[in-house]
Design a binder for this molecule. Structure first.
Ligand code: ATP
Ligand code: MG
Length: 256
């Protein structure tokens, strides 16, 4: 079976002259759980943004299910982007709205317009689906609560439910546990990996927590100063490689 995501010779130099990515290549198969590691500034978020085409790569290709995203027009690109559910460090909820309303927004663009996902207008079918997504993250009982009246772990669960409402086949999670305490962080990683396994989704997750990377990933890809320096199954990675990766003497900026 072909790769779900193929990245070929991907490079990104920002307008300020910082080269954040250099010659990145990898293939990711359906259902793989990949953890992306690397120093602050090593290019991880830039790689995510180039993969989802929110940032235009300077060179190289990104194929999602065989389709080269940089070659698509805006409309077709939107269709392909819907396959990618993105989870952020800071949850990106709308805090003065209810949990249910935030989850309903996940359907926007997939089956519904902005007005159709607004709580007073949403169909009972959409609401049922949103409740089902909330059940999957264990928060159905909080559907009516305002999003700002939740703990960090609960906010991330709402963000995951909203992502599920989008029905993506790929999860891109950029430091999903960086704002959470260790217990809540582990719970969120366990939830994300369980959902990905149950639904056969492919997951790529940026982490700074090595223990979580080794516990929840199948494979680790690591960047250093914009280059891929490690790509191996978790079982083949030893402590020495990880210590080298996080060598605190290394220059932390991108290569300019
Ligand atoms: N919009 C931008 N314009 C210019 N330079 C940028 C931009 N975004 C990122 N950079 C630079 O590109 C390099 C890679 O940044 P990026 O955010 O991808 O790293 P990261 O690995 O995600 O870091 P962190 O772990 O801190 O989130 C850094 O040197 C950063 O300063
Ligand atoms: Mg980042």
């Amino acid at each position: 079976m072909g790769a779900v995501i193929s990245v070929e010779r991907l490079a990104k130099t920002y307008e300020n002259g910082v080269t954040a990515l250099r010659g990145i290549d990898f293939n990711i198969q359906a259902g793989e759980k990949v953890v992306l590691l690397g120093h602050n500034g090593s290019g991880k978020s830039t790689l995510f943004r180039c993969m989802s085409q929110f940032e235009q790569p300077t060179e190289g290709q990104v194929f999602v299910e065989g389709v080269n995203l940089p070659s698509l027009n805006k409309r077709t690109l939107r269709t392909y982007r819907k396959q990618m559910g993105i989870v952020f460090q800071h949850f990106n909820l709308i805090y003065n709205l209810s949990v249910m309303q935030n989850v309903l927004f996940g359907a926007m663009g997939r089956t519904a317009t902005f007005v159709q996902v607004l709580a007073p207008f949403a169909t009972s079918q959409l609401r049922e689906e949103a409740m089902d997504c909330l059940e999957q993250v264990g928060l159905a009982h909080l559907a009516g609560r305002r999003a700002d009246a939740l703990s960090g772990g609960q906010k991330q669960r709402v963000a995951i439910a909203r992502m599920l409402m989008q029905r993506p086949s790929i999860i891109l999670a950029d430091e999903p546990i960086a704002s959470l305490d260790p217990k809540a962080g582990k719970e969120i990683m366990a939830l994300l990996t369980k959902i990905a396994s149950n639904k056969g989704m492919t997951m790529i997750c940026i982490l700074h927590q090595l223990d979580a990377a080794l516990e929840f990933g199948d494979r680790i890809i690591a960047l250093k100063q914009g280059e891929k320096v490690l790509d191996a199954p978790v079982g083949k990675i030893d402590q020495r490689q990880l210590s080298w990766l996080y060598d605190i003497d290394e220059k932390e900026e991108g290569v300019s």
